[in-house]
Every structure is written in C-alpha cells, then in structure tokens.
Design a binder for this molecule. Sequence first.
Ligand code: SF4
Length: 442
Amino acid sequence: MNKKVAFYTLGCKLNFSETSTIARNFDDEGFSRVDFSEKADIYVINTCSVTENADKRFKTIVKQAQKSNPNAFVAAVGCYAQLKPQELADVNGVDLVLGATEKFKITDYLNDLSKNDFGEVHSCEIEDADFYVGSYSIGDRTRAFLKVQDGCDYKCTYCTIPLARGISRSDTMEGVLKNARDISKQNIKEIVLTGVNIGDYGKGEFGNKKHEHTFLDLVTELDKVEGIERLRISSIEPNLLKNDTIDLVSKSRAFVPHFHIPLQSGSNEILKKMKRRYMRELYVDRVSKIKEVMPHACIGVDVIVGFPGETDEHFLETYNFLTELDISYLHVFTYSERDNTEAAEMDGIVPGNVRSKRSKMLRGLSVKKRRAFYESQLESARTVLFESENKSGYIHGFTENYVKVKTPWNPELVNTLHAVNLTKIDDDGLVRFDFVKQDSVA
Ligand code: SF4
C-alpha cells in the first residue's frame, strides 16, 4: 500500500505555494496525500520564522501529528528550519530538518522512515540557496498563488527573510507563463503573484544578477495568458512600483486595481533606521499616482509599530500620515526582536505594553479606513468572484478592488464571476449587492 503523507504550512502565500510543489513531488514518488488531522506515515511541516512564538506553534503541530500516529516520521522544512535547525531538531518527535537547499529534495531523504532518537539536520549555508524552484498552489479552488520570485537583496534591519531564503532570484518568463497556463487549465479564475520581493523580478540564478526581464515585462506577458480572468499583484515595495506598471494595470485586461504596498513607518527617521529604500514622500507619490489613474483602486498598507527608537512623536507621525493618506486598510505588525538582525542590537527598546497600545490604535484606524473605502464603493458596479466555503449560511466573494461581499449560500455561485451593484454595508462590515444580471459574467 502507498505510504501516506500529510502537510502543514505556516506563514505566507509563498510557503503555501512551495508546500504544493513539495506535495506534487510526493505524488510523483507514489505517496498518497491525506489531511493533517488524519493518520499518516509522514508529516511534513513547512515552517515560518515571522510567526510570533514560532517555536511554540511548531511544537503544538508536532504533538498533533504524534497524536494521530506516534510512529509517524516528522520532517520540518521552511524558513524556521533554515534559521534554527537545531532548535527544531531538538523538539521531541522530530526526525528530520531540512535547510533551504534541501527542502525540494525531501523525498530523497525518506528511504528509511524509522523514527530517529533525535532529529537529523541537513542544513546549508544560505549563500548556497541561489537556485530557483518554481511553485504554485491552488488556495480555495478559486484562486492560485503563483510564485514568481524568491529571496531578497535588501537589508531591512528588522528582517530575517534574506537569511532564511537567500538572494533575490526569479523564475524565467517561460517558467511563469507555463505555470500560469497550467493553472488556467484547472478552471482557476484568479492568480495572485507571490514572492519575497516581486518588484525585483528579473534577477537570475546562481548569482547571475543580469536582469533578463523586468517586472513590467512580467505583468505585460501575464496579462495576455488566456483563461485567467483575474491577476493580482499582491505585495510590492513602493520604490519598485513604477508608473509604467501602474499605467499598465489601469489599462489591463486581467490585472485588478488592488495594490498592497509595505510602508512600515510614516516617519522618515524610522524609515532610515529600518534601512527602507524610500522616504514617506515617495509613498505619497505612489498612492497619488494610483488614485489618479484608478480612483477606485484598493490600497493596503503594511506597517510596523514599536521599532527600536520609535517615540510617541514618531508613532503619531505615522498615525497622522496614514490618517491623511487615501488608503483602504492596514496590516499592522508589532515589532519583535529577531536574532541576527541589526535592529535587535539597537537602543530605544519600546516596552511591550506601548507596542500593544500602538498596534491597537492602528488596527482601529484600519477598521475606519476600510469602512470609508467600502462606503466610497457603494452604488458602484463591480465584478465579484465567489469563494467556495459556506460560512454560516453565506457565501463570500471579493470584487476586483477587494471589497468583501456576502450573500446567502448558493453552491452554484462557487468559483463564478458576476456583475453586481454594491448596495449597503452590513453590521459585520461586509457588503451586500444586487446582481446586475444573473449570468452576465460567467
Ligand atoms: S524588502 Fe526588506 S522586509 Fe522585505 S524581505 Fe527584503 S529585507 Fe525583508
């Protein structure tokens, strides 16, 4: 009988896309996939280093696996496995820990599935992770996460991602287009581009820094792939989001008017300490440009509170900056110290309670921003892609500009696009709508 394997993914869309690729490798080797809650012979955990309490979370998941099958072989891969291999290997029940260069070769390590007394580590120097492995995952049967780039050459002082994922490198244009076509054949309506720093798309492998194609080339070519109804850029650094890309999206067939742009701080002083590659003035300029050509665009913002040296004045600068800015929602991150980063050595540590208070204030601001954005969209005609879950009798969906809508559950709507008029905002903050014509967009 085929050996059974189960997967658990922590962290970002990129990790999800890579778990899918690793899972397909297992399929090719004749393993059968089961849900993580079921009894399996092998449990693979794709870890994240950004998650708060990453170690605790990891231990809980290992315990869960062992409860399902105490004799199962447990393997850890991913960012945390690269950064702290021994820490993971020491967790009771873990048999194998693979670093960044080894994770896609995991099936080569599984000839002997007998439990080890302690976890075996196959780590690597992150400098060796200079090759590219393409990936995509199908999220909820309606959208796919397509990896186009990996690693990062920036040196933001709070970030461990370059240490966990290595230098910036990207898929070839042919590779991305092939994956996009494969996805479209599976009746997926929306692709979300993922990577660590996707605006840096174009750098080659093995330290070959020659730019073969730019991010603009990438979006131009992807826009032509037939069968994909929607493309979403997801997150892009403000300094890499150029006017020509914004103009292209505004006229595009499939790219939707939704941008997620990390800001991190509205104080130039803090931005400098973070070694971000822009000042707040550039951010204002990017938002203005987007809104000039796409007034209905949704703009999401990442922001960090409690960075070392962030005084009340700096925080208020950020708060006021965001209040004034024409953006639609925030993702708020509370700064936490990471080993081997410059920021962890900086003075001016912000006490935990102050960090929490600032985070709460910005989360409150985010609710207001989202509400104001949704209100600005009422009475407008949009297109909704419906998702696949029945949530307490309702089906949810997103417009092209990321307004979340709901309507009573109807399985026929799953994974279909419909033209709608947005009508009102419910108490739960989701938007109601009228169908323009039931099958106007299918
Ligand atoms: S751009 Fe900065 S924050 Fe983002 S992955 Fe690179 S180093 Fe980290």
